[in-house]
Design a protein around this ligand. Structure first.
Ligand SMILES: NC(=O)c1ccc[n+]([C@@H]2O[C@H](COP(=O)([O-])OP(=O)(O)OC[C@H]3O[C@@H](n4cnc5c(N)ncnc54)[C@H](O)[C@@H]3O)[C@@H](O)[C@H]2O)c1
Length: 426
């Protein structure tokens, strides 16, 4: 049933999966319990996640719990074909790298045809397709989980319009996810993606980071550690979590970055990294003002943060100079270098490995426990977006600490009492 690139790659894929599994203690402990309790038996789980080694360990954890899996990627460029081959020996996989847009959507359709009871999305595509084209199947759906900020933004829009008909767990919003994955995971892997594509030196470069949310903070602060001069571009707009872009801009300034508008930053940057979840944050005028040889990379979910149509229309020609690295020859005589077609550089770059394994151990542990939560609460949850229960969030952090051998201080009875009291001031 699976549709993948090459089954003969399974041996290599299994090596990658073994390596990832050896560094994912939180999922290992969940998998052990799932093997005993089988909380997901008789459930089909539809997946749209970047199909690479860490995701494979999540999928194996879910099958250990008794689930049947139908899996596609959430991005046309991010499947690891060897991992897809290894997984296809155990479950239905519809994914290969370098898909056209129509192949990508065909694969999502294949997942939907499997009639999933629960979905896991990274960007909301499965849930969106279920609602827009397969609403007849919605009665069958217990709920979904969403991995990333952009997916949550889309879900919130669906919910506001009264269109969301199933409960969805906002996995992205768990502390065990965004505090570590968006900040440290994206922070490290985006820089890794840029370096492995270009082999360029960061020290001494002026790097413009557009967006100072969880991802932008992680990227900017790691760049500073590598000796970059970091410019942050932010807006004054209010964010989903109620924080304003003013606070984020001020935070960037206090963190030691220069903060300015994109129009000011455009002519100064050697490297530009977008991390906003917004559209055309680098647009035609900015592109025209950039230095000869400037490098552009995106870390946001969709490939529309950089205005690629304008990049084409400003150019006389473009050429692929390295794997997934394109040089645009602009009419103004300058060249701009675009990485990974403007898709998320940490995953879409052929050499990009995505987030570090230990980071995804935490994020995917939240996913696995939220899937179990949805299964246990079948029929109890109204359509809407649900926060990850605190007990799940805390458990994941606790197990991750234990796995590192970290022992925490325990509050004394006196300290517990003091924290509860309003009478004792000194
Ligand atoms: N590459 C990855 O592996 C990865 C990992 C996690 C999240 N993401 C994606 O990265 C994006 C950002 O995620 P986040 O969690 O940091 O989001 P966030 O909402 O915390 O931060 C986004 C920031 O961008 C700012 N912004 C919006 N429009 C802007 C503009 N025109 N100019 C400058 N700043 C602007 C907002 O004010 C906000 O501070 C999302 O698309 C998310 O899905 C990618």
């Amino acid at each position: 049933m699976s549709k993948i690139k090459n089954q003969a790659l399974a041996k290599d894929g299994n090596k990658l999966l073994d390596w990832a599994a050896s560094r994912m203690p939180v999922l290992a402990s969940i998998r052990q319990r799932f093997e005993d309790e089988k909380p997901l038996s008789r459930l089909t789980i539809g997946i749209a996640l970047h199909l690479e080694k860490k995701t494979g360990i999540l999928l194996r954890t879910l099958t250990a719990g008794g689930a049947k899996i139908a899996a596609a990627s959430c991005n046309p460029l991010t499947t690891d074909d060897s991992v897809a081959a290894a997984l296809a020996e155990e479950m239905d996989v519809f994914a290969w790298t370098d898909q056209t847009d129509s192949e990508y959507y065909d694969c999502l359709e294949s997942v939907i045809i499997a009639k999933p009871h629960i979905t896991i999305d990274d960007g909301c595509d499965l849930i969106q397709l279920l609602h827009s084209k397969h609403s007849n199947l919605l009665d069958h759906v217990i709920g979904g989980c969403e991995e990333t900020t952009t997916g949550i933004v889309r879900l919130e829009a669906m919910h506001r319009d009264g269109a969301l008909k199933v409960p969805v767990m906002a996995v992205n919003n768990a502390h065990s996810k965004y505090l570590f994955d968006n900040r440290y995971g994206t922070g490290q892997s985006v820089i890794e993606g840029i370096l492995s594509a270009t082999n360029t030196l960061i020290a001494g470069k002026t790097v413009v980071v557009v967006g100072y949310g969880w991802c932008g903070r992680g990227i900017a602060n790691r760049l500073r550690g590598l000796g970059a001069k970091v410019i942050v571009v932010e807006t004054g707009a209010t964010n989903r979590d109620g924080s304003s872009g003013y606070h984020r801009a001020l935070e960037a300034s206090y963190d030691g970055c220069w903060v300015m508008s994109m129009s000011e930053a455009a002519s100064l940057g050697d490297i530009f990294i977008t991390a906003t979840g917004n559209k055309h944050v680098i647009s035609e005028n900015h592109l025209g003002a950039m230095k000869h040889g400037a490098i552009l990379a995106n870390s946001g979910h969709f490939n529309h943060e950089i205005d690629l149509d304008s990049m084409e229309s400003l150019s006389v020609s473009k050429e692929t100079i390295l794997p997934n690295v394109e040089k645009y020859h602009l009419k103004n005589g300058k060249d701009l270098i675009l990485l990974a077609e403007g898709r998320l550089v940490n995953l879409a770059q052929p050499t990009g490995q995505g987030h570090p394994i230990e980071i995804m151990d935490g994020s995917f542990a939240v996913q696995a426990l939220c899937i179990e939560y949805l299964a246990k609460n079948r029929g109890e949850l109204l359509p809407g977006i649900y926060d990850v229960p605190k007990v799940i969030d805390d458990d994941v952090a606790r197990i991750a600490l234990e796995a590192q051998g970290i022992v925490l201080e325990k509050l004394t009875e006196e300290q517990e009492k003091y924290r509860q009291s309003w009478k004792e001031g000194t």
